[in-house]
Design a binder for this molecule. Structure first.
Ligand code: NDP
Length: 412
């Protein structure tokens, strides 16, 4: 029986908490801690209202502040901290875990607030300290990153002697019936999409203009969707761990309306992440003004729909998988492993849409792997560093079943 502390009470955290509550034989107690304790209380109530009787405590914490985190960890004494706040908090939470002897799991790699740039080097730099402390850190255990790496590890373990070509394909064919909304935290999402594209070929990283490379790909049960090459963090660890890979790319679908809005947002300067000065009226005397610094993208987040509120009217499904070409017993083979997830199914179970669901379920499954001792080894690890079999088994049982297609034209 194990005690875990989850940081964040957003869309992904909601799904993860529901899944933890459904697996009481592994998780005996949960603390939900976030910026605003009311959100944690609402989440605990929603879980109890659905009939789950897990022992849940809540707390308020600023995860940018290591001292606050340390005080919280020392008082609750969790075995594992599940970080479902924002990528900006990864390093402070890892520091607090080291100071308090807690293990660590997250779903997105560290990103500095003032620079839209993500890579694993900052978190890999903690490897020795986690090793020396005898603690495990599991990085990027959502769907992509996360399940995409477990799929690749599963392919390498069972179906290939050598993986040569890897394409991770992420399609959201859902419709939330809003003019424009993002499926997870808008600030993080827009920073990611407006970055330059990057892929790996013949030992080199090749940069493209943002969303410059695209083509129509077919997705199971969905059909053709325009898919855009993007930089995605898991490629960095996968090409390192599978050095036979000749080319690795990541593709994501976007509808034309979404891209038109994104273009306008950029042209209007609303995707800027630097501070601008705004002269705002004083609350108690609107005839007077005060100069405030705001980050346009953070302001935009405040006026966009909250991804957590999209679920009720979301129809359609997601389809995320890995398309792989490589060699087994001297012959070339192709392999496609994927999951399709219906937004309405996710909503009925957890009140959240499919993108939060496909991230929150693997976070719980990774935590379960650690607590069962199956993914427990001192150091800082990516998902493909662990045995994929028990993890994929849990995904099958917990709402994210996967399917395999052998030796068919995988289009890439
Ligand atoms: P949300 O914005 O819905 O939730 C983030 C939560 O973190 C909120 O409860 C927020 O609190 C809290 N938070 C933010 N800053 C702090 C802070 N300084 N201290 C304490 N709490 C804080 O995001 P999502 O649930 O959509 O995403 C969560 C994570 O999952 C992100 O890191 C995202 O990148 C990742 N993700 C990973 C995916 C994958 O497949 N690997 C896919 C999708 C998302 P409040 O709202 O009260 O400010």
């Amino acid at each position: 029986m194990h005690k875990v502390l989850m940081i964040g009470a957003g869309g992904v955290a909601t799904v993860c908490a529901f899944k933890i509550a459904q697996n009481k034989e592994v998780f005996s107690e949960l603390m939900i801690a976030s910026h605003h304790v009311e959100k944690c209380d609402r989440l605990a109530k929603a879980i109890h209202d659905k009939g789950y009787d897990l022992n849940i405590k809540t707390a308020e914490v600023d995860a940018d502040d290591v001292e606050q985190l340390k005080a919280l960890f020392n008082s609750y004494k969790p075995e594992l901290v599940i970080n479902l706040a924002l990528p900006y908090q990864d390093l402070t939470i890892m520091d607090a875990c080291l100071a308090c002897g807690c293990n660590y799991l997250d779903t997105a790699n560290y990103e500095p607030k003032d620079e839209a740039h993500f890579e694993y080097s900052w978190q890999w730099a903690y490897k020795e300290r986690f090793e020396q402390a005898g603690l495990t850190a599991i990085l990027g255990c959502g769907f992509d990153p996360g399940v995409s790496q477990a799929y690749t590890a599963y392919a390498a373990k069972h179906h290939f002697d050598k993986i040569e070509y890897l394409d991770i394909v992420d399609c959201n064919a859902g419709n939330h019936h809003k003019a424009f909304a993002t499926n997870f935290n808008p600030e993080i999402n827009i920073r990611e999409i407006t970055q330059k594209g990057l892929y790996y070929e013949n030992g080199k990283w090749i940069e493209t203009e943002p969303l410059e490379v695209h083509k129509e790909l077919n997705y199971p049960n969905i059909g053709g969707r325009e898919s855009y090459l993007m930089h995605h963090e898991e490629l960095e660890s996968l090409v390192k761990n599978y050095p036979t890979i000749k080319r690795a790319r990541f593709w994501m679908t976007f509808g034309q309306q979404y891209l038109t809005y994104l273009d306008c947002i950029q042209n209007l300067g609303m995707s800027r992440i630097d501070e601008v000065t705004y002269e705002a009226p004083l609350a108690d005397d609107p005839t007077k003004t005060v100069k405030v610094n705001i980050v346009p993208l953070q302001f935009l987040k405040a006026v966009l729909p909250n991804p957590q509120d999209l679920g009720a009217n979301y129809d359609g499904e997601t389809s995320i998988g890995c398309r792989i070409r490589g060699i087994k017993d001297g012959k070339e083979h192709t392999y496609y492993i994927y999951n399709n997830c219906k937004h309405q199914d996710a909503y009925e179970e957890t009140g959240m849409q499919g993108v939060s669901y496909t991230t929150g379920v693997p976070a719980m499954a990774g935590a379960m792997m650690f607590l069962k001792g199956l993914w427990s080894k001192p150091g800082v690890w990516n998902v493909e560093d662990f045995d994929p079999d028990p993890f994929l088994q849990v995904l099958n049982e917990q709402g994210l079943p996967w399917h395999e297609v052998f030796d068919q034209d995988i289009e890439l």
